[in-house]
Design a protein around this ligand. Sequence first.
Ligand SMILES: [Zn+2]
Length: 413
Amino acid sequence: MLTKVVPATRQRPGTVTHTDDLDPVQVKRAYKFRVYPTRPQESRAVRLLADHCDLYNAALAERREAWRMRKASISYGDQSAQLREIRAADPHGQGRHSFTAQQQTLRRLGRTFGAFFKRVRAGQQAGYPRFKPYQRFDQVLFVAGDGAKWEPATGGRWAYARFQAVGRLKVNQHRAVQGRVKTVQLKRESRRWYVIVVTEVEAAPLPATGRAVGVDVGVARFATTSDGEVVPNPRFLDQARARITDLERRKARAKPGSGNRRRLRRRLAREWRTVRNQRRDFHHKTARALVDTCDALALEALRVANMTKSAKGTVEDPGRNVRAKAGLNRSILDAGWGQFTTILTAKAASAGRRVVLVNPVRTSIDCHACGASCARPRQDTVICPCGAMDADLNGARNIATRAGLGSGRALVA
Ligand SMILES: [Zn+2]
């Protein structure tokens, strides 16, 4: 599940607060499902993307010209107002498409310009928004009930997503969709098609627990909390690593261009897909457990870049095989940290819990007790004048402190 937390209106962005009465917090959830269009549906979907791409580029051209000719800036509102005319002039092209979906495409351009002007105002380097080629324009967003309809799977096997000018597409709905469907998006990723269903649910606050922790996500263990709880790396990682290493080796030996090599490549892709799914499932379970037992959680922002750096030092004896293994380890784990943060943040918002993201600089190397810079002779240990400590626990406590959750030490014996 992809998740994005959007606070309800009237709330400051970035904060999720709770009142038990009147004004429930709305949480957005996004579900991504594979779509199986028929050949004719697929060619209509390609045409839909192309038409929206044309609209996007035309609107971009208008903004460029206005700026070049008379230093005038054109807003989303101006462009949206012209849509009716454009559609009337092109009944077999633009006129066939959903009006509100076209507005979404114009809004998308508006956001691109918004980000551009923001960078300009901040004095940062900013490239003027560019025209998009057809092959790079890969999604169209529909407002549910207006040119698009979501039909969930009931009893039978398939769900359907209906899009104006494309048709009713078969969807493999592998999980239940909760909440009111707000938007339905059609998306192309290389040769596959997906639908992204975004819903809105009311947050259901969980009872307070009195626990607030910092969470350090690592390589040796998946996570360590500032009050000493350890979440080990799941077993499936080892199993997957063994299978993937074996397949990689066999593929390297197979003759280029041979059927054997092609089969091995497909099996590898399948293994990776399995790992991704297991990992996502593991992230959901781990996040669930933390959200159920904590009122507030602190994590490092942008953990991934940090991790890759320290993971290089993880292996104590970097022989050839060990290094390859570490690299694979990293790629299996790496992709997951951002996802875990996203899932945890969304679950927390749904449950009325607080998540604080802190600056990751030096969390692993400064002593949480005295602030001195520690030595780190091994990946799992830091040593400071106060003594030797578990490195991940020290990191988790620094994270808790930076988030203003206290040191998190009270519960540790
Ligand atoms: Zn110290």
